[in-house]
Structure formats: structure tokens, C-alpha cells
Design a protein around this ligand. Sequence first.
Ligand code: CTP
Ligand code: MG
Length: 219
Amino acid sequence: MSVWAVLAAAGSGERLGADRPKAFVRLGEQPLLAESLARLDESEWIDAIVVVAPAGWEEPSILLAEELGCSKVSACVTGGATRADSVRLGVAEVPPDAAVVLVHDAARPVLDDAVIGRVVTALGEGWDGAVPALPIPDTVKRIDGERVVETLRRDELRVVQTPQAFVADVLRNALAGSEWTDCSAAVEAAGGRVRSVDGDPRLLKVTDADDLDRVAALL
Ligand code: CTP
Ligand code: MG
């Protein structure tokens, strides 16, 4: 059973507001992309990696993979205008005989191997997909304008992270559908059965400059 990782790194990082795409902003000594790339490459769960790079940053992405000694990088493709487009372009590089595709955001650098293991293992138990999920500590309400209209049951809610793992054929078919922000949403909409597994609080997503400091403290 071969497991291919698609590493989505093609975003511009508008909210971070740096002079370069988010994947190439410094985190410690290396570009942000280096951390998740090296961790995927080291993982025994992963057989091959497709990097989805920002337009114009394909060459630096390949050089970075070489510098890090990443031996599993099989392709580096240019991303699209949205995350969904970028994931589609990355998944298109995965060969037809791959069994599992794991999609991860470069914006979440602190990728622990145990999380990869949890999402991949769930597929062996018959699920179409698996996502890391965390409980929500705060009460969540639905609003209409300024008015609170509903208080949601917190025990039924989770925040989800990447890496997300899917049976390769299920993901391919689901991605042909409409726009979504999260691959799991596409698979759910196509009728796939997705399991939530324990997430990891260290899998923070870097969105703004403060997040970079928070993540750096976890390395
Ligand atoms: N991503 C991508 N292609 C896009 C947009 C996003 O590959 N067209 C990737 C990003 O590189 C990131 C992940 O999807 O790893 C999550 O996206 P996000 O955190 O929103 O990153 P950006 O889109 O780069 O940031 P912003 O929305 O602030 O511009
Ligand atoms: Mg974005």
C-alpha cells in the first residue's frame, strides 16, 4: 500500500504580509516549508511527496528539498489561485496505483509523526478518510448580524487540522466537485465516510506574524 503526501505550499500568505510567499518566510534558520517537508520525508508512513509551490518558487522549492536531503520528493508543481486548485494540481501528480493520499498544509510546520500514523491507520479500518480533530474549549454561538440566534452544542463540535488522509480513488473523485476549503468537506459531500482522530495542539497554523513566534517556540 503506497502512501503519497501532497504538501500544499502555494499560498501567497496575504495575512502574514511578508515580502515573499508564506512557505518561504523564515522560521528559525529555514523557510517555513522546510519543517513539514523534512518531517514528511522522515516519516515511515510516507512513500513519496508532491510539493505544490507558489508560482515562481518551484526552483527554490526543489533546491530546498535537495539541501534537506529529502529523497521522497517525486514532483514539484505550480499551485493554483485557491487552495482547492493547488490540491487538485498536486493530486494530479499522484500515480494511479497509489493507495492513499495524505494532504498537508505547509502552514502547519509542527507535524508529529504520530498524527500521520493516526490518520493513515484509520484508512486500514475501512474509512474513506481521516482528519485530526480537537475539541473546542470555548462556547460557540451562531449569529445573524449582531444578534445571537443559537448556542451550539460544544460536545458535538471539533476544529480540524491537516494532515488529512484519504483513499486515493475516493479523493480523486471527490475533488472533481466544487470549491471547498478542506479536502474532507469534498469527500463528505461526495458521500465518503470520514473519521476524526485525535488532533495535535502543536499543529498550529501560521496565519499572521504572531503565529510564527508561537510555532517557533514549539520547535
Ligand atoms: N495554499 C495553496 N494554494 C493556494 C492557497 C493556499 O497551496 N492558492 C496552501 C497554503 O500554502 C497553506 C495552506 O494552503 O499551506 C493553507 O492556506 P492559508 O493558511 O490560507 O495560506 P495562504 O493562502 O498562503 O495565506 P492567506 O490566506 O493569508 O493569503
Ligand atoms: Mg488562504
